[in-house]
Design a protein around this ligand. Structure first.
Ligand SMILES: [Zn+2]
Ligand SMILES: [Zn+2]
Length: 78
């Protein structure tokens, strides 16, 4: 997986600091670029693109579940 600079053709335009993932833009870690691309894989290097889940609390819920299981036996002050 290497950057062939094809990604430049699909480069996402800057719309502000917080709107990148929100606009459905995806990040390729290999090319180090944000893409306007509907596919799962980078059209340039073939790397799996990164997206942020729409609901922010999904990860928080997961983390809570994890920490609850973790703290079950050692953290009884919680
Ligand atoms: Zn690239
Ligand atoms: Zn790429």
């Amino acid at each position: 997986m290497t950057c062939k600079e094809l990604c430049e053709q699909h480069k996402a335009k800057k719309n502000g600091p917080s709107s990148r993932y929100g606009n459905g833009q995806k990040r390729c870690q290999i090319c180090d670029i944000f893409l306007n691309w509907t596919g799962i894989f980078c059209p340039c290097c073939g790397n799996k693109l990164r997206t942020r889940p729409r609901k922010q609390d999904y990860k928080i819920k997961l983390d809570l579940k994890k920490s609850r299981n973790f703290g079950k036996f050692e953290n009884h002050t919680d």
